[in-house]
Design a protein around this ligand. Structure first.
Ligand code: SF4
Ligand code: MG
Length: 313
């Protein structure tokens, strides 16, 4: 799919009149039922846009989103709404996505009640079940979001998503705002829920360790394009694309003494005017003349392993 999506300040930190950014450029993504697909890349690479298009929060200008083989925008209104309900998004900052004036019972219970998944009589039980699943004490259903810790608030967001009985969760930096120890708890909750509820995930993160922990398959994005895709073990043991290799080298060590925060050489270009040819060429240590002029297409380089680099020719 391609997405010419109007986004101003958020994407590139400047405001232009009607900036039109090609945030996604010929991105094709298939997620199998029960699979966890990780999307990794620096900020501005289009991974959030991709998540929002899949979740139906943004419309791609070209291409389409298929749900169980059916094109979402061609479904009659009601079944499209039902299909959309099956794909829920978990955001980075639970605080800003939870209404501070609503009690947890209402936050979790409003949508399933509205959609007839439970009744007013059974609502308390229904909410309790979602809270338990998400690792929250159901006796706290009468409290407000600010009475919970950051990790617990993210659990409320998860319980709210689960309450509409989704098949797929799109997690956009869903653990990025949390302490490392809490991150691990939430990631393990996602994995447990996958087992219990047969959930499918699109897991978007700038953090390679997080993606490695949770994903079956990983797509690496750079400036709106997928540059590499492989099963998680293959990607981390045999990275092919110079950008992926740079990301892996730059990965902060778990040992704080060895931790390095140096960025990959050069700045990520503006998505408003991405470099010609291979978008990565201004930063690539292996760049050749050809890379400046010729687009590098994503193609198969091994079983289930795709990369978009001219070096593979
Ligand atoms: Fe580097 Fe060229 Fe490969 Fe792009 S196509 S990653 S510039 S070698
Ligand atoms: Mg983002």
């Amino acid at each position: 799919m391609s997405g010419v999506v109007e986004r101003g300040a958020e994407l590139m930190g400047l405001k232009a009149p009607n900036p039109v950014v090609r945030a996604l450029d010929d991105v094709s993504l298939t997620v199998a039922e029960g699979e966890v697909v990780g999307i990794v890349g620096e900020s501005g690479c289009g991974k959030s846009t991709l998540g929002r298009v899949v979740a139906g929060l943004l419309q791609a200008s070209e291409g389409s989103v298929l749900f169980r083989g059916k094109q979402l925008d061609e479904m009659p209104g009601k079944s499209a709404d039902e299909a959309r309900l099956k794909v829920q998004m978990i955001f980075q900052d639970p605080s800003s996505s939870l209404n501070p004036r609503q009690r947890v019972r209402e936050i979790i219970g409003a949508a399933p009640l509205h959609h007839g998944m439970t009744t007013a009589r059974e609502l308390d039980d229904y909410v309790s079940q979602q809270m338990q699943r998400s690792g929250l004490d159901p006796s706290m259903a009468g409290r407000f979001p600010h009475q919970f810790s950051g990790g617990q608030r993210q659990r409320i967001g998860i319980a709210r998503a689960l309450a509409v009985q989704p098949d797929m969760l799109i997690c956009d930096e869903s653990v990025a705002a949390l302490d490392v120890s809490i991150q691990a708890q939430i990631l393990n909750l996602f994995l447990d829920l996958r087992e219990q509820l047969d959930l499918t995930y699109l897991f978007i993160s700038h953090d390679l360790s997080v993606v490695e922990h949770i994903s079956d398959r990983v797509m690496v994005m750079y400036l709106g394009r997928v540059v590499e895709e492989a099963a998680v073990g293959e990607l981390f043991s045999h990275p092919n694309h110079p950008y992926t290799r740079a990301l892996l080298q730059e990965r902060p060590s778990l040992d704080p003494v060895q931790r390095r925060f140096s960025a990959i050489e050069g700045e990520i270009a503006s998505p408003l005017s991405p470099p010609s040819g291979c978008h990565f060429h201004p930063r690539c240590p292996m760049a050749m003349e050809r890379c400046r002029v010729e687009r590098s297409e994503l193609r198969l380089i091994g079983p289930g392993h795709k990369s978009a680099c001219h070096l593979n020719d």
